[in-house]
Design a protein around this ligand. Structure first.
Ligand code: ASP
Length: 305
């Protein structure tokens, strides 16, 4: 169905029909309209799917692991630290080895932006980008869109403020590529040094939190990606919270108690207060729940296309 890519690196690897069919399929999985545990390869066998996280992860890795198991596939986690990658083997050689062992798909997280592009011409197996450096995290953006739709927060004609370290956020980049296609307006907000310089015309940018909140229907918070900053002059946690952190008191002050999204991990007391995270305005756990259904839909579509 619909020629899904063999390597899903960026949102732009999917056309609008494919994006829509992923949302429909996630919904079917969520509603229980499709029996679980039935993906198979052209040979009729159930596939072996691997995850390889070369950067830390909690949510993404476990959500993929659960999605794979619910689809009835065999799951292996390829521990990069204890693998031949540590002995100098290239990622390509490692993937070829996995494919000769019968692995049909690998979900890869890497700290190197665009590292997966090299596999597009001649993919050794199916690949899903689980987050590559500062480039993209397409499956996160897709599950966010699914949640926005499910929770009736948009997307059509609604505005989302993405607040925080926009320049280093692969999630932010995928959201900017995805949400406008569904009629959503995106505003990037944060301190000047966290805002990208070259932005497409359809994305707004501001360093004024009040302006972003007042214009928006949803807030999407990003943590400061400390591991990707060269400069030492980052704002302190307290300074950042005061200027750009979201707490209920601030939102009440602007009469805007908006839904709050976060891809996790959330830094409490920095981009979000404990009170806001524990409030009914926080949708981070809905995102986590929906992540399983969207990732099942992505995997199934890539095997059955
Ligand atoms: N979990 C997301 C990512 O891997 C967001 C983050 O780490 O801040 O990009």
């Amino acid at each position: 169905m619909r020629n899904f890519p063999t390597v899903l690196e960026n949102i732009s690897d999917l056309n609008f029909d494919q994006l829509q069919s992923l949302i429909l399929l996630s919904k079917k999985f969520k509603n229980g309209d499709i029996p679980l545990g039935h993906i198979e390869m052209s040979t009729g066998e159930s596939p072996i799917i691997a995850t390889s996280f070369l950067e830390t992860s909690t949510r993404t890795k476990h959500s993929f692991a659960i999605a794979i198991k619910r689809l009835g596939a065999m799951y292996i986690d390829f521990n990069a630290e204890a693998s031949s990658l540590k002995k100098g083997e290239s990622l390509e050689e490692t993937l070829l080895t996995l494919s000769h062992q019968g692995v049909g798909m690998c979900i890869i997280r890497t700290s190197v932006s665009h590292q997966l592009a090299e596999f597009k011409a001649n993919p050794p197996l199916k690949i899903i980008n689980g987050g590559d450096g500062v480039n993209e995290h397409p499956t996160q953006a897709l599950l966010d869109l699914f949640t926005i739709l499910e929770c009736k927060h948009g997307p059509k004609n609604k505005t989302i403020a993405i607040i925080g370290d926009c320049i280093h956020s692969r999630v932010g980049h995928s959201l900017c590529s995805l949400l406008p296609q569904f009629g959503m307006k995106v505003i990037l907000c944060g301190p000047e040094e966290f805002l990208p310089k070259n932005i497409p015309n359809n994305i707004e940018v501001t360093n004024k939190l009040e302006e972003a909140i007042l214009k928006s229907d949803i807030l999407y918070l990003l943590r400061i990606q400390k591991e990707r900053h060269q400069s030492k002059s980052l704002p302190s946690d307290e300074e950042y919270h005061q200027q750009y952190g979201i707490n209920l008191e601030k939102l009440k002050r602007f009469s805007k108690l908006l839904p709050i999204y976060h891809p996790g991990p959330a830094n409490i007391g920095v981009e979000i207060s404990m009170e806001a995270l524990k409030s009914p305005y926080y949708f981070g756990y809905e995102q986590v729940k929906n992540s399983i259904f969207m990732r099942m839909a992505i995997i199934k579509s890539m095997f059955h296309s």
